[in-house]
Structures are given as structure tokens and as C-alpha cells.
Design a protein. Structure first.
Length: 511
């Protein structure tokens, strides 16, 4: 009898590596089927690095809202937000390292506290551990665009309360920013100086705060119809690629783009090249560098009477590389909108979007991967990142640095307030954490408008606005990108098999 027991135990131990190999290399094995084998969960929960429900970045009086975030270039992040502690809206900023250390003044360093309001901050790395920040500013008679740089040590570098980028007649709004790769930045905005339509203008500023291009900006598109909702990415050689909604055609709005070099000269067709002029509306474009001087665009598209998600790739020479008027990313019924995009690291992209295929009062999060040749990599019409009850809104996306992506969103599944959730999907399209995402913050009251960036240490940092204290504050959390390792899986399976073996022996003894 003892010999039989030993043989049984040895056999069970020996088959453990085979089971492990099967689980790790079988894409058709549903996660849930082996998650419930035992309490030794083979799919890890999202491992947060800091205190539960996040670290407070700013809990000053009144409202702090609409944070934006960028990597500090090494092991942490820099965050900027709108702030009413002084009575009007100002701009503040803070830096945090990967170990959760706050680097600058408590509750943030003031970037602009001038009279009237400052809104809509945007941020990019300066390449030296600091950041460059732009915003919309009402200190004049209309909305203008200003910019400021903050060094790695928290020193504000340029003109007090910001350097003017454009103070032209009428309003300049919706500034966006990208690094020029040389310590400076390129800023683009919507501009109504013509007094007849909105146009697109841009400006470059160097690391010393000196303007490179024409005073008040270089025109990107001044065609005689409205252009707005600009977005920008680097071209990799101190220039930029800019995309926008454009009303010039017979459709309400189409998607156009322009490439501008480091000297401020347009490289493509004057007033932009058409990215999509399909029937009806193409709206809310996003843009991503392809790493080779071109770009990948995504937008939501009503050519089929409801909004779907499309994408297009263009090379440095202005040649469209994918299907005419865009490759379909998702055209399932119900409607999809507001895509977000990140790189797959190989010339393609991962796109996440807002999806109501399961009901208009049950907005979900879906994602798709498209490779550099325009081929869909994951399930047709996307993989469900979160299809939980109630709404999942304001999704954002970041590359995981290994061909996959991390998505975050605000989630109403508890039916009483919004919380922050996160999910990681690997390059082959395998969900890494619990189905429908892992909670990052479940504090009382609402947590909203998450933003995300990769921090350079195999993790992401997520920032959000938080109402737990009865007014909006800024909180942040770090999430490690660490799925179960083969070693951990082996040990868990070994423990599981041993427990089964012991249970069998106890049962035999009792009988």
C-alpha cells in the first residue's frame, strides 16, 4: 500500500510541468476554467505598488480636476491639473517617483496663478526629468495659449506665469503638445483669429523658452471652412504630425492631417492631406507616431449610419498605407466612439474605445490590435476589456512595452459612484488580470477622469480626480505589470496536486 501511495504521489508531481506547459501555451483554454480549480489563482490580480486607493497628490482647498500625466523619463511621472485653491482656475504640477516619493512642494508647484482662469493643461516630457506644459489662458481679452517648463528639481524655468505662444485676435483654444526630441516642444491649437472660421496653428519652443517659428504661430490649415479638435505626435526628427476634424467637403466633417518639419514648414499637401473623406461624419481623431516618420490615426466614423471605429496609417512621404478612407477596427451594431490609441512597438497600434453593443445604458470598453500592415490581430470587432454592468467611461490606454496594452477607466458597476479600474491585455490578446478589470481605487464618492502613462520600470502610473473628501482632489496609483511567473504557477500547481493527494489519503483512511 505504501508503495502505491509513493507511486501515485510521484506521478502527480511529474505531470505538473506538463500541466503547466499546457496552461501557458493553450490560447483556447478559457481563463475562468482554471481560475476556479482552487484558491491558488493562476491569474494574478493587478498588483498595486502604493497604499490602497492611491497616494494623495493634491488635497488643497476647493477643486483640483482634469489631471494629465507624462513619464519623467526614468522611474516615475509628472502630473498637471486645473486648481481653484486661489479662487480662480490655475495650473499646478507635481512629480512622483516609482517608490511613491513626492518630489516637489506639498500640493504641487504653481505653474500659472495669473489673474482670471487657466484651463486645459497638457504635458510632455522635456527629456531631462522635467516637463513642458501648455494651457488655455484667459488673462487677456480672449483665450490665448501659454507654455511653461519645469525642471527635474521642480524649478520653474521660463517667464513667470508662462511664455505666450499665441495672443492673437479672438480665441485660441484646445492646445496639444508633443516633445520635439531636443528638450523643447511643439504646440498646436484651434485658432479663430480669422473671425470667420476655426483654423489650425502650431509653434515650436526650445529648451530655453525661445520661440522658433513665426510670432503667434505657423498656419497648419487655414482652408475656408472650420478645422478643429487637433491632435499631435512627434515625427521623430524635431517635427510633428498633426490631425484634425475638417469641414471643407460635402460631408459634415472629415479627417485631415499635415506634417511639419523642425523649421515650421509643411511637408504634405497645403492645408492638409485627406485621411478619410467617407460618407457622413468622421470625428474625434487621435494620432500616434509609427516610429518611422509617419503616423497611425484612429477616429469614430458614421459612414454606416451609426458610429464605428476606423484607422489609417500614413508614411513620411504622405502615402496612405491601409484601406482607402480607413481600415475598419469595429463595425458591430450598437455604436462605438471615442477611440484611444497606443503603439504596439512594431509599427502597429492598439486601440481602445467606448462601446454600446450591449445596450446604450451599459457602455463597455473594447480593444483591438492592428499590425503595421493593417491586419487585424485580435477577435473581429475587438476583445471585451470590461463588459460589466452599468457604464465604463473615460477610458485611457498605454503601451505595456511588450506589444500589449494597459487600459484604465471610471466604472459605475457598483451603481452608487464611479471607481477607477484597470486591465492589462498582452500582445496575443490575452487578458492578464481578473475578467472585467481590477479596482485601483474604491474610495467613497466618485473617482473620475483617469489618465495613464508607462513609468519605465515595467509598470504604469494612473492619476485621477477624486471626491472622497467632499471636493475634487488629485490621487495617483502605480500598477506593476507582473502576471504570474512560470515558477509561481509551478509551485501553485504542485501545492494543489499535493493537497489533492492528501485529501485522497485522508478520505481512504476515513473509509
Amino acid at each position: 500500500m505504501k508503495t502505491k501511495k509513493c507511486v501515485l504521489f510521484i506521478v502527480m508531481v511529474c505531470i505538473t510541468p506538463i500541466l503547466l506547459l499546457f496552461i501557458n501555451n493553450t490560447p483556447f483554454l478559457p481563463i475562468q476554467k482554471y481560475k476556479i480549480i482552487s484558491s491558488y489563482n493562476l491569474i494574478e490580480k493587478a498588483p498595486t505598488s502604493w497604499i490602497g486607493n492611491g497616494i494623495a497628490i493634491c488635497t488643497a482647498s476647493n477643486t483640483q480636476r482634469y489631471p494629465q500625466i507624462c513619464s519623467n523619463g526614468s522611474d516615475g511621472a509628472i502630473m498637471v491639473w486645473e486648481d481653484t485653491r486661489n479662487g480662480n482656475y490655475d495650473i499646478y504640477v507635481q512629480k512622483i517617483s516609482s517608490n511613491g516619493t513626492i518630489h516637489w512642494d506639498q500640493d504641487g508647484v504653481p505653474i500659472c496663478t495669473d489673474n482670471d482662469d487657466q484651463y486645459d493643461p497638457r504635458i510632455c516630457s522635456d527629456g531631462a526629468g522635467g516637463a513642458i506644459i501648455t494651457w488655455r489662458d484667459w488673462r487677456g481679452v480672449s483665450s490665448d495659449v501659454y507654455v511653461q517648463r519645469i525642471a527635474a528639481n521642480g524649478t520653474v524655468m521660463w517667464t513667470g506665469n508662462g511664455t505666450p505662444i499665441c495672443t492673437e485676435f479672438n480665441s485660441q483654444t484646445a492646445p496639444e503638445i508633443c516633445s520635439d526630441g531636443e528638450g523643447g516642444a511643439i504646440i498646436v491649437w484651434d485658432d479663430s483669429r480669422s473671425a470667420t472660421n476655426w483654423d489650425i496653428y502650431a509653434q515650436r519652443i526650445n529648451s530655453s523658452g525661445e520661440i522658433y517659428w513665426a510670432v503667434n504661430g505657423t498656419p497648419i490649415c487655414t482652408q475656408g471652412d472650420p478645422q478643429f479638435r487637433n491632435q499631435i505626435c512627434s515625427d521623430g526628427v524635431a517635427g510633428a504630425i498633426i490631425v484634425w476634424e475638417d469641414g471643407r467637403g460635402s460631408n459634415p466633417y472629415d479627417i485631415y492631417a499635415q506634417k511639419i518639419n523642425s523649421s515650421g514648414h509643411s511637408q504634405w499637401t497645403a492645408d492638409g492631406t485627406a485621411i478619410s473623406t467617407a460618407e457622413d461624419d468622421q470625428l474625434v481623431p487621435k494620432v500616434l507616431s509609427d516610429g518611422e516618420g509617419g503616423a497611425i490615426f484612429t477616429w469614430h466614423d458614421r459612414r454606416s449610419s451609426v458610429f464605428d471605429i476606423y484607422a489609417q496609417k500614413i508614411n513620411s512621404s504622405e502615402v496612405l498605407l491601409w484601406d482607402g478612407n480607413g481600415t475598419a477596427i469595429c463595425t458591430v451594431g450598437g455604436g462605438q466612439s471615442s477611440p484611444r490609441i497606443c503603439s504596439d512597438g512594431a509599427g502597429g497600434a492598439i486601440i481602445g474605445w467606448y462601446d454600446v453593443r450591449n445596450g446604450v445604458f451599459n457602455a463597455d470598453v473594447y480593444a483591438q490590435k492592428i499590425n503595421g500592415s493593417g491586419n487585424i490581430e485580435w477577435d473581429v470587432n475587438g476583445i471585451g476589456i470590461c463588459t460589466s454592468d452599468e457604464d465604463q467611461l473615460n477610458r485611457q490606454i498605454s503601451s505595456d512595452g511588450d506589444g500589449g496594452a494597459v487600459l484604465t477607466w471610471q466604472d459605475y458597476r457598483n451603481n452608487n459612484d464611479y471607481n477607477i479600474y484597470v486591465q492589462w491585455i498582452s500582445s496575443p490578446g490575452v487578458i492578464q488580470w481578473d475578467v472585467n478589470g481590477e479596482p485601483i481605487c474604491m474610495a467613497t464618492n466618485d473617482q473620475e477622469y483617469p489618465q495613464i502613462c508607462k513609468d519605465g520600470n515595467n509598470s504604469v502610473i494612473i492619476v485621477w480626480q477624486d471626491f472622497r473628501n467632499g471636493n475634487y482632489d488629485i490621487f495617483v496609483q502605480r500598477v506593476l505589470l507582473t502576471p504570474s511567473s512560470p515558477t509561481n504557477n509551478f509551485l501553485e500547481l504542485l501545492i494543489l496536486i499535493l493537497s489533492i493527494y492528501l485529501n485522497i489519503q485522508v478520505s481512504n483512511d476515513l473509509n
